[in-house]
Design a binder for this molecule. Structure first.
Ligand code: CAA
Length: 240
């Protein structure tokens, strides 16, 4: 029987590529989105992938949404916690609100997405948790104290979940994308972006599909020995 996968933030950017890659591999895919109804409707029309609207930062909304997905598509086997936002500012200009919004979505959002589905995965003795972290969680980034904190936090989450999930055949891994050609990166001022591209040895931004490929690899039934690990896909910009 086809396995079921949830991709948060799955209708745009890296998430959309992940949703499509998993569908192509035969998964039932649910893609969540927080606000952009138009993009979600277009995505469903183009791909046939069902979208669900809830805010990953809201625990009760996530719990109710996951119950709905499981009732409609089947119990979740794969969770890709991908939803994320930026509120970049140098630390001296960063507001408590910019800090909190990023923590709520990028870090608490991972808890909110995995926690409601975790008991079912334990019962069924199968699960694949894949968290989309970032190169900037590994190396830090000027202007991203908030974002880097959440993305480093993701690595702590998967290393801990890996230990708790192991005896239930649940793996938990992180992917650290470098700079990928999405709206999020295109929002970085052009001069800054050009300077960043100059630091990438392969000489270009990554493609969302290059991250989706890593997700499909980790989601596979045959990837059961890979857990608590981090895959870096950053064009050589940073080596751990
Ligand atoms: N390193 C060192 N100094 C830097 C710097 C850097 N990377 N960036 C800026 N500065 C310096 C500036 O030159 C400036 O110096 P002076 O005061 O001497 O002129 C000072 O810092 C302040 O800069 P600004 O006044 O320009 O600051 P700002 O309020 O306009 O904010 C910023 C700048 C928002 C941080 C902007 O530099 C920026 O957007 N940087 C990119 C951050 C980034 O990489 N974000 C990643 C987004 S994509 C993503 O997150 C996906 C992923 O996972 C990779």
């Amino acid at each position: 029987m086809a396995r079921t996968a949830l991709v948060t933030g799955g209708s745009r950017g890296i998430g959309a590529a992940i949703s499509k890659a998993l569908k192509a591999k035969g998964y039932n895919v649910a893609a969540t989105y927080a606000g952009n109804d138009e993009a979600a409707a277009k995505f469903t029309e183009e791909t046939g992938i069902q979208t669900y609207k809830w805010n990953a930062a809201d625990y009760e909304a996530s719990k109710a949404g996951i119950e709905k997905v499981e009732a409609e598509l089947g119990p979740l086997d794969v969770i890709v916690a991908n939803a994320g936002i930026t509120r970049d500012a140098p630390f001296h200009k960063m507001t408590p609100q910019q800090w909190q919004e990023v923590i709520d979505t990028n870090l608490t959002g991972v808890f909110n997405t995995v926690h409601p589905a975790w008991p079912g995965m334990r019962e069924r003795k199968f699960g694949r948790i894949i968290v989309i972290s970032s190169i900037n969680g590994q190396k830090g980034q000027f202007g991203q104290v908030n974002y880097a904190a959440t993305k480093a936090g993701d690595l702590g989450i998967v290393k801990s979940l890996a230990q708790e999930g192991a005896r239930f055949n649940i793996t938990a891994n992180a992917i650290c994308p470098g700079y990928i050609g999405t709206d999020m990166v295109m929002a970085v001022p052009e001069k800054v972006r050009e300077a960043i591209i100059g630091q990438i040895p392969v000489g270009r931004l990554g493609e969302p599909e290059e991250i989706a490929r890593c997700v499909a690899f980790l989601a596979d039934d045959e990837a059961g020995f890979i857990t608590g690990s981090t895959i870096s896909a950053n064009g050589g910009q940073f080596f751990v």
